[in-house]
Every structure is written in structure tokens, then in C-alpha cells.
Design a protein around this ligand. Structure first.
Ligand SMILES: CC(C)(COP(=O)(O)OP(=O)(O)OC[C@H]1O[C@@H](n2cnc3c(N)ncnc32)[C@H](O)[C@@H]1OP(=O)(O)O)[C@@H](O)C(=O)NCCC(=O)NCCS
Length: 178
């Protein structure tokens, strides 16, 4: 098995510590011997770009959480880092990263190519649409709705019943988003 991680920043290097193999630049071509390939960046836009630049590649999932008995619905190549809590009825879209220690409560729906950063708390029935970034330690209370491509800063409180979209969120992910 020849393992490659597309991403050579802090997140990619951390992933390499856990799965082995080599880090490449996010937009590098995959070598022909690649058998096990991971998306290794935190920025949702770059995660999506890597995914779309490599159509036909079967990216690997990375699941460290102990939650699969709860009927979680997972898309392709979902990454869930250590210490996450995922409660029943959750759906996580393809190529989404749930980072260290995030808590995703019942019936949340998270789209494709998202990054839910370390320590986020999502109460029940929160929906986060494709390509969104939820910053470290943000709290999204029951029923919050995050529109496609949104950026929620670290530590932000989003109260349920409010809608946040990319026009009202106010910043961009850093180089690595992690
Ligand atoms: C929103 C964000 C992009 C702002 O970054 P920035 O534009 O570089 O902010 P600045 O450094 O210019 O900070 C301006 C001021 O706002 C404060 N500030 C910055 N981000 C803040 C945040 N999320 N919440 C509260 N205050 C914040 C700073 O402390 C600073 O205050 P000061 O002038 O009193 O010192 C950044 O804070 C953020 O949330 N990034 C996401 C980080 C993250 O979750 N990473 C996940 C890693 S895996």
C-alpha cells in the first residue's frame, strides 16, 4: 500500500503521523503507485478543489470516533479526528473533516467539503451546508442553519433559528485553515 496525503501543512503533517505515507502539495499530481490517498488540508475551498482535481480517485476515510453504532450516515472519505462525540441521527457529507474533540449532537446534517474545527459544539438539528468552515470552539445551538460556503469564526455563538450565510459571515480561512 502506498499512502499519500494531499496537503503538506500542519493538518497534512498531523495526518501523516497517524496514517503514514508521504505528504504532497495540495495541487500536486498523484504518483501512479498511489493506493491510499487522503485529503490533508483544513480549508474547505481547498478540500473541494483537491476532490475535484482528482475525479476518479477513491479517497480514504479516516474515522477515529467510536460512533458508528448510532446509524450515522457518512459520505465518502469523511475524516473524524480523535475525541469527537457524534450522537444518533447525524449525517456527514463526503470529504468533510470533523476535527479533534468536536461534538455533533442528534440529527445534525453536515454537507460535503466542510471543516468543523476542534472543539466545536453543535447542538441537535443543526444544518451546515456544503463547503462551510466552523471555527474552533464555536457553538451552534439547536436548529441553527449555516448556508453553503459560510465561515463561522472561532468561538462564535450561532443561536438556533438564525441563519448564517457566506454574505453575513465575515472572514476567510487561513492558508491551511487549521
Ligand atoms: C475570524 C478570524 C479569521 C480573524 O482573524 P484576523 O482577521 O487575523 O483577526 P485579527 O488578528 O486581525 O484580530 C483583530 C482583533 O479581533 C480579535 N479576534 C480575532 N478573531 C476573533 C474571534 N474569532 N473571536 C473574537 N475575537 C477575535 C483579536 O484578538 C483582535 O483583537 P485585539 O485587536 O484586541 O487584539 C480568526 O480569528 C478565526 O476565527 N480563525 C479561525 C481559526 C480556527 O478556528 N482555526 C481552526 C484550526 S484547525
Amino acid at each position: 500500500m502506498t499512502t499519500y496525503i494531499l496537503g503538506n501543512g500542519s493538518h497534512g503533517r498531523m495526518l501523516r503521523e497517524m496514517v503514514g505515507g508521504s505528504c504532497l502539495g495540495p495541487e500536486d499530481d498523484l504518483p501512479e503507485d498511489a493506493t491510499d490517498v487522503f485529503v490533508g488540508v483544513g480549508d474547505p475551498a481547498l478540500r473541494r478543489k483537491i476532490w475535484e482535481n482528482n475525479i476518479g480517485t477513491e479517497f480514504s476515510a479516516f474515522l477515529m470516533a467510536d460512533f458508528l453504532d448510532y446509524g450515522t450516515v457518512l459520505g465518502e472519505a469523511v475524516h473524524v479526528m480523535r475525541g469527537c462525540i457524534i450522537m444518533p441521527g447525524v449525517t456527514i457529507g463526503s470529504n468533510t473533516l470533523i476535527n479533534t474533540g468536536a461534538q455533533i449532537d442528534h440529527d445534525c446534517i453536515i454537507g460535503d467539503h466542510c471543516h468543523i474545527a476542534p472543539g466545536v459544539i453543535m447542538c441537535g438539528d443543526v444544518h451546515v451546508a456544503d463547503g462551510s468552515f466552523v471555527g474552533a470552539g464555536a457553538i451552534l445551538t439547536q436548529g441553527a442553519r449555516i448556508d453553503e460556503g459560510s465561515f463561522i469564526p472561532a468561538g462564535r455563538l450561532v443561536v438556533g433559528g438564525r441563519r448564517v450565510d457566506s454574505r453575513t459571515s465575515d472572514a476567510k480561512v487561513g492558508e491551511e485553515g487549521c
